[in-house]
Ligand binder design. Structure first.
Ligand code: IMP
Length: 197
């Protein structure tokens, strides 16, 4: 299947290509008039609602152009910090662009309770239906940023299933072993290619 990923984030396209490519799918960025779609993000309480709104917008923007072997993939994700009652959650992108990583670190101060999770919801739209999957990556917020790999909150997010390094210090393959998006996409790949019994 040709999967058009509606995102302007090239990191997300590479992650999806790494997971869905080996299963025989082709992942390409969805371009409309040569550019990635600029979504109007609804002020929603959950990333699921945002993901479905993105799919609706992507479907509208490409109306009539989807063939039977083509699907549109959208994804919404965020960082949910336990002691901040899930903040920034669906506002992760806005918070990253305003108070930034240092701002999130200041909100936590020296708090010992630094548990957090990345969550991702993926939705695939194709002729005649939609498929939805999700992924979670548990971890902790570091005391200070480390590493320059990845994007977003990666320099301050230490996955529980790692070796104590932040996602910003991991290679793309190491991050894909544990990431919320990789999990959501693996779950999606199982919906597309169910494992044989
Ligand atoms: P969106 O899903 O593109 O709207 O992204 C939501 C926000 O969550 C962005 O600000 C990202 O920086 C953050 N985010 C989502 N996934 C990741 C990740 O894998 N690493 C770091 N930040 C992420």
């Amino acid at each position: 299947m040709e999967i058009l990923f509606a995102t302007s984030n090239s990191h997300k396209v590479s992650e999806a290509e790494g997971i869905l490519g080996p299963l025989g799918h082709t992942v390409l960025p969805l371009l409309v008039d040569g550019s990635p779609l600029q979504f109007v993000e609804p002020q929603a309480d959950g990333i699921e609602e945002v993901a479905f709104s993105k799919l609706e917008q992507a479907m509208e923007a490409t109306s009539g152009e989807l063939g039977s072997g083509t699907a549109i993939l959208v994804e919404d994700s965020g960082l949910f910090v336990d002691s901040l009652k899930g903040f920034p959650g669906p506002y992760s992108s806005y918070v990253e662009g305003t108070i930034g990583l240092e701002g999130v670190l200041s909100l936590l101060g020296g708090d010992e309770h630094r548990g957090a999770e990345y969550r991702a919801v993926a939705v695939l739209g194709f002729e005649g239906g939609t498929l939805r999957s999700q992924g979670i990556c548990r971890g902790t917020i570091s005391l200070e940023p480390a590493g320059t790999n990845g994007f977003g909150y990666d320099p301050i997010f230490v996955p529980d299933e790692g070796d104590g390094r932040t996602c910003g210090e991991m290679s793309p393959d190491e991050k894909s072993e544990v990431s919320h998006r990789a999990r959501a996409l693996k779950a999606m790949s199982e919906l597309l290619n169910p494992p044989s019994k």
